[in-house]
Design a protein around this ligand. Sequence first.
Ligand code: NAP
Length: 242
Amino acid sequence: MKYALVTGGSRGIGRAVCVKLAQMGYHIIINYVSNATEAQKTLELVRQAGQDGEILMFDVSNRQQTSKAIESWENAHPEEYIEVLVNNAGIRRDNLLIFMPENDWHRVLSISLDGFYNVTQPLLQSMLARKFGRVINMASVSGVKGMPGQTNYSAAKGAIIAATKALAQEVARKNVTVNAVAPGFIRTDMVEGLDEDTLKKTIPANRFGTPEEVAELVGFLVSPNAGYITGNVISINGGLYT
Ligand code: NAP
């Protein structure tokens, strides 16, 4: 059995990635933090795709909780390892920096960046030992370009991009690839409340993307055909920023 862990797999892009990886034959470990009902729905979709999965609740920003959850999974599966990790969990708390509360700064950074460390670090050892692994980090156009009103989010995603490039060089020799995906506007709960009609005029493709389109890209990066792509940031944004 081949295992893939998707953080923030309960909704949006993470859910679509879970379904795509299930279609590719992976047993899916669906992480979420608060929305058990939606995580359960993702599990049902994974099963409809012909694979099984399981739900693993932990807050990626909490080192202890994350380590405990991963340890308990590893103890229950002594012969197996998680060969695909999609660091997808993320939130946004937009504000101009001048008005930004300290908590909104730290929370956004912590879920993206501490989350990357907390989940990736314990899983790397098995990937290196087995000489195969795929790490995909969900960045954003904000981390590539910088977006006003999103200094916290842009900083978090920019840091993830730099971490992707650094880690890729550490582990490439062991056949472990590390890449980032940088979506533009994708229709999920995260963009609820944004004025889609106005914003889509700024996008050459004249529409928001879908979670399934992002999942296709993740699926390709996970596939054996993408084995020579590492340390890259691949944009998927309808031409919004190149
Ligand atoms: P979403 O629909 O709001 O879903 C966010 C997911 O992250 C949920 O599954 C949520 O779990 C999980 N999550 C949040 N905090 C967590 C934590 N502390 N620990 C574990 N899981 C946590 O968001 P989305 O639009 O699919 O975004 C997914 C990723 O793509 C994010 O990293 C986001 O920054 C990035 N992205 C999105 C867009 C876009 O336009 N949508 C564009 C660029 C990048 P619960 O269900 O339990 O809350």
